[in-house]
Ligand binder design. Structure first.
Ligand code: GDP
Ligand code: IMO
Ligand code: MG
Length: 423
């Protein structure tokens, strides 16, 4: 399998967790390189549903080593809860199957508090964050005032440093009129988490370097999606990390010349959860999918906004990620649609746009130009071979791959492992 970067080619929730789980069969190591527990990656193993937030989806396969890389922002309380939740479902997370980077940044309660406060202050300009403290934690990282996992596990060694940071942050919160943090209870809770997590913590850069030198197959599990990228997304309606392929290198310490290919995951239609422009948003397809009980957020339970497939967006995603291969998921979501629309360009003030405009307010005012494809109007969830898919379905999938500009290699017609076809 070699070293594969998997990214979301849309606005997140493309079905990355499912595809990671399927591809993990051939991987020795699965690495998360950015984001935090804002992610929600759903994997079904038989009837059991798992939703992974910080732990790579590879954890569900025995013999796979999972890595939380340096580019991730880690909420220790959330991670301990996730480990305990998995144990209840019979998945045992140990230092043998999970390692954590010493240099990942730590999410603290004040980051969550600031995340919420900023959203309130923004009013109807809010981003619609997951309120997991992601933006403020990356903000502190960039401002060089953050605390890293190594600081947390060494807090007992350097207690004054830890306390100093707590009081420094309390001053900031008070200046903003936010609730001050009770330093003693934070210290107690984070010390407890540090004790639990210490055996998992290591220098993952060296570990990954040695593994790739030995010829291990490494899968880099992207979180969020291309248009939530801090640089390439629909700023400011984005998350705070590089969700695109380059983030896999900086977030793991594995250099670009060790990467072999990039797989882009996209739905056969478009969804977005949170605020921000979504040019192909459509009430008909939203009602259809929500009526089927689908497209509710895996982390916050919010209803996802839905629309037709946007090939302008996915073409841009192929460009900025260098997508070689495409996995198209949720094909079965369109099974009952008579005529399927695909956006091939935008109209803005009388001009045709073939690339996503950089200004989110311009994008919000773009009118999609659609091409129509005949639907297949037959269930696909029971189909297991590409040749057996209805001809209109194959035509649709090959067309959206061609418009995106990458090779179609995986088709998914249901959440289960076996509802997957390889081309
Ligand atoms: P992720 O964040 O990219 O991992 O995606 P999520 O797990 O947040 O959302 C994707 C949803 O689609 C989950 O509920 C998956 O179980 C589901 N899913 C993935 N692939 C398919 C598919 O081909 N068909 C159907 N019906 N559901 C799918
Ligand atoms: P996965 O990995 C979909 C969205 C939020 C919000 C914006 C910023 O499951 O695809 P944040 O909390 O990151 O500051 O929120 O990003 N968002 C996601 N949307 N899937 C995700 O992850 C997301 N993670 C964040 O809804 O619009
Ligand atoms: Mg998700």
């Amino acid at each position: 399998m070699a070293n594969v970067i998997l990214v979301g080619a849309q606005w997140g929730d493309e079905g990355k967790g499912k595809i990671i789980d399927v591809l993990t069969e051939q991987a020795d190591i699965v690495v998360r390189t950015q984001g935090g527990n804002n992610a929600g990656h759903t994997v079904f193993v038989g009837p059991t549903k798992y939703v992974l937030h910080l732990i790579p989806s590879g954890i569900l396969r025995a013999g796979t080593t999972c890595v939380i890389g340096n580019g991730v922002v880690l909420d220790p309380v959330g991670l301990v809860a996730e480990i305990d939740g998995l144990a209840k479902l019979g998945v045992h997370v140990t230092p043998q199957n999970l390692v954590i980077s010493e240099t990942a940044h730590v999410v603290f309660p004040w980051h969550r508090e600031l995340d919420g406060q900023r959203e309130v202050r923004k009013g109807n300009q809010k981003i619609g964050t997951t309120k997991r403290g992601i933006g403020p934690t990356y903000g502190d990282k960039a401002a060089r005032v953050g605390m890293r996992v190594i600081d947390l596990v060494n807090a007992a060694r350097f207690p004054a440093r830890f306390r100093e940071r707590l009081s420094e942050n309390n001053e900031i919160l008070q200046a903003l009129g936010a609730q001050p943090i009770d330093s003693d209870s934070v210290l107690a809770e984070y010390t407890r988490c540090a004790d639990r997590l210490r055996p998992f913590v290591t220098n993952t850069v060296v570990m990954l370097h040695e593994a790739t030198r030995r010829g291990a197959n490494v899968l880099f599990e992207g979180a969020q999606g291309t248009f939530l990228d801090i640089d390439h997304g629909t700023y400011p309606y984005v998350t705070s990390s590089n969700t695109t392929a380059g983030g896999a290198c900086t977030g793991s310490g594995v250099p670009p010349n060790r990467m072999d290919r990039v797989v882009g995951v996209m739905k056969a239609y478009t969804t977005r959860v949170g605020e921000g422009p979504l040019p192909t948003e459509n009430a008909e397809i939203s009602d259809l999918l929500h009526g089927m009980g689908r497209e509710f957020g895996a982390t916050t339970g919010r209803m996802r906004r839905c629309g037709w497939f946007d090939a302008v967006a996915t073409r841009h995603a192929a460009m900025v990620n260098g997508i070689d291969e495409l996995a198209v998921t949720n094909v079965d979501g369109l099974d009952s649609v008579k005529s399927i629309r695909v956006c091939s360009s935008y109209q803005f003030e009388g001009q045709t746009l073939r690339h996503i405009p950089s200004d989110a307010d311009v994008l919000a005012r773009c009118e999609p130009v659609f091409e129509e494809f005949p639907g297949w109007e037959t269930p696909t969830d029971g189909i297991r071979r590409w040749e057996d898919l209805p001809v209109n379905c194959r035509h649709y999938l090959l067309s959206i791959a061609q418009m995106t500009g990458a090779r179609l290699s995986i088709v998914s017609v249901g959440p289960a492992r076996d509802q997957t076809m390889f081309l």
